[in-house]
Design a protein around this ligand. Structure first.
Ligand SMILES: Nc1ncnc2c1ncn2[C@@H]1O[C@H](COP(=O)(O)OP(=O)(O)OP(=O)(O)O)[C@@H](O)[C@H]1O
Length: 286
C-alpha cells in the first residue's frame, strides 16, 4: 500500500534521512522505532508532504506522492495523527469534528472497509461499523471512540492526554485515510491509556488500513506491530517481523541500544568537561 523507496530528506541543512526504504501493507501495523532525533518525525513529515525529499520516492498503491503538497497527499488517502496531538485548546470536540468532517455531499473519499455489523470498538456494540462503503461519518467515529461522544462540549484544553489523542485520531479518520501515520501516539500517556490507543490502532489495521506508527521505545509498539523498523541517525539499521521480535526481542533491543556512553577511561573528547557531562548518553532520556 505505502511504498517508501530510498528516501533522502532533511530540513534544509543536509539530509536527516539517508536512503530509507520501508513498506506498509494494507491491514498491517508497521512500527518505526528510534531514539530521539533518529528521524522518525522527519520520515512522517516527508510521507505526508510537509517536507520534500531530495531523492527517493513515496507511493500509495502505486500512485506517486513524492513532491505533492500536504493537502494533495491527504486527499490521496494519507491521514496523520501528529506528534503532540495538535489539538486546539479553545475549540470543543464537536468543533474539531465539524472542521475535520468531509464537505457536505462528499463523505470520506475512500470507502471504509469495515468490520462485520455490530463489531464496534471496545465491545460497546453500537452497531455502526457496517462497512457499507460510505466512508467514516462522525457517528461512526464516535462509535469507535465513545469517550469523545461524552466530551463533545469540552474544549481541547480540558481533555486528558488520552482524550486528545483520540480526538486527533478521530480527525484523521474523518479524512478517510487508506494509510494512517501516527507519530509517537503513546507519548505522555499512562500505560493503560496507551494500550487502549494501540488497541484502536490494531483494530483499524484489522479493518484494512495500512498503519505506520513511530515510537522511541519498543515495549508498547511490539505488542501491535506486524513489522518493526529501527532508524538510527536517519538510516534503517534493522528490521524485524513482529512475531519473531515478540518471540525473541533480544535482537530488537540490541538494535535500539544507545551508543555506549563515554567513561572516564575513554581518552580526551570530554577533557575539560565536568564528569557528569562525559557520562551522559547522547540525546535526552526516553
Ligand atoms: N524543523 C527542523 N529544522 C531543522 N532541523 C530539524 C527540524 N526538525 C527536526 N530537525 C532535526 O532532524 C533530526 C531528526 O529529528 P526528528 O524530529 O525527525 O527525530 P525523531 O526521531 O522524531 O525524534 P523525537 O523522538 O525526539 O521526536 C534531528 O537532528 C532534529 O534536530
Amino acid at each position: 500500500m505505502l511504498e517508501i523507496r530510498a528516501l533522502t530528506v532533511g530540513h534544509g541543512a543536509g539530509p536527516v534521512l539517508h536512503g530509507v526504504d520501508l513498506t506498509v501493507a494494507a491491514g498491517t501495523v508497521h512500527a518505526v522505532l528510534g531514539h530521539n532525533g533518529a528521524g522518525k518525525s522527519t520520515l512522517v513529515h516527508a510521507v505526508v508532504g510537509l517536507l520534500h525529499p531530495t531523492a527517493g520516492s513515496v507511493e500509495l498503491a502505486g500512485q506517486p506522492l513524492t513532491g505533492r503538497g500536504a493537502h494533495r497527499v491527504a486527499r490521496a488517502g494519507v491521514g496523520l495523527v501528529p506528534q503532540g496531538r495538535r489539538v486546539f485548546a479553545r475549540l470543543t470536540v464537536a468543533e474539531h469534528l465539524a472542521l475535520a468532517r468531509p464537505p457536505r455531499g462528499r463523505s470520506s473519499r475512500f470507502p471504509r472497509p469495515g468490520p462485520a455489523d455490530g463489531d464496534t470498538a471496545n465491545g460497546t456494540g453500537t452497531g455502526t461499523g457496517t462497512g457499507t462503503g460510505t466512508g467514516w461519518t462522525v457517528e461512526q467515529v464516535l462509535a469507535l471512540l465513545p469517550r469523545l461522544a461524552q466530551r463533545l462540549g469540552h474544549r481541547g484544553a480540558q481533555l486528558s492526554g488520552g482524550e486528545q489523542q483520540m480526538l486527533a485520531l478521530a480527525r484523521a479518520l474523518l479524512g478517510g485515510p487508506r494509510v494512517l501515520l501516527l507519530d509517537e501516539p503513546t507519548e505522555g500517556l499512562a500505560p493503560a491509556v496507551a494500550e487502549q490507543v494501540l488497541g484502536l490502532v490494531r483494530r483499524l489495521a484489522g479493518e484494512g488500513l495500512a498503519v505506520l506508527l513511530t515510537a522511541p521505545q519498543p515495549r508498547l509498539a511490539l505488542t501491535v506491530a506486524d513489522e518493526l523498523t529501527v532508524l538510527t541517525t536517519g538510516r534503517v539499521t534493522a528490521a524485524f517481523p513482529g512475531p519473531a521480535a515478540r518471540r525473541d526481542p533480544a535482537a530488537l533491543l540490541a538494535a535500539l541500544a544507545p551508543a555506549p556512553a563515554l567513561t572516564t577511561a575513554d581518552p580526551a573528547p570530554g577533557a575539560g568537561l565536568p564528569p557528569r557531562s562525559r557520562m551522559s548518553p547522547p540525546g535526552p532520556p526516553g
